[in-house]
Design a protein. Structure first.
Length: 175
């Protein structure tokens, strides 16, 4: 049997604080995968929107063929505090409200535009690492690499990158 579990909590810290059972943590932590929040993966939004529109239009017997660019831009500006589940719900609502073949996006909650400032220390650290990696053309080690610029060892930076969901594969993608 394989258990797949997800959380938005730092289980390692909870174990250290004795708020989560250590034995359970080590049973679950066989192959951890850090998935950044949707607001850090804006490039995924068009693919997710298309998939959700297709799924819900099919289940509601609707023929929605077009997603306006202004709707996609509004979706990209949203901060998505509810991550993919929130996006999924917004698209389902949009499909329900759409009368023709062009997706009609309902108004998103006010004040939901992406903040330019990170909210948490982890987000600030991720943004700083990402910006430094971009500046060094994703070179991690060496005297001109991101690790040297950040004042950490190469292995420390690689560990932090894994923890916050950054990888060299992202160099060719839009992050």
């Amino acid at each position: 049997m394989r258990v797949v579990a997800a959380t938005n909590q730092d289980l390692g810290q909870l174990v250290a604080d004795r708020l989560f059972r250590m034995d359970l943590y080590y049973r679950l932590n066989v192959f951890p995968i850090a998935v950044p929040p949707l607001r850090h993966r804006l490039g995924d939004i068009p693919m997710l929107v298309a998939s959700f529109v297709h799924r819900y239009a099919k289940s509601m017997s609707k023929d929605i063929e077009k997603i306006p660019s202004h709707a996609m831009e509004a979706l990209a500006r949203h901060s998505w505090p509810g991550n993919i589940r929130e996006l999924q719900n917004v698209i389902e609502r949009a499909v329900i409200l759409t009368k023709g073949d062009v997706l009609e996006l309902p108004a998103l909650p006010a004040g939901a535009a992406v903040s330019k400032e990170p909210v948490t220390l982890e987000e600030a650290e991720r943004d700083h690492i990402l910006n430094t990696l971009r500046e060094t053309n994703w070179v991690v080690g060496g005297t001109a690499g991101a690790a040297a610029r950040l004042g950490v060892k190469r292995t420390t930076l690689i560990s932090k990158m894994r923890r916050v969901g950054l990888s060299r594969a992202m160099a060719s993608e839009r992050v």
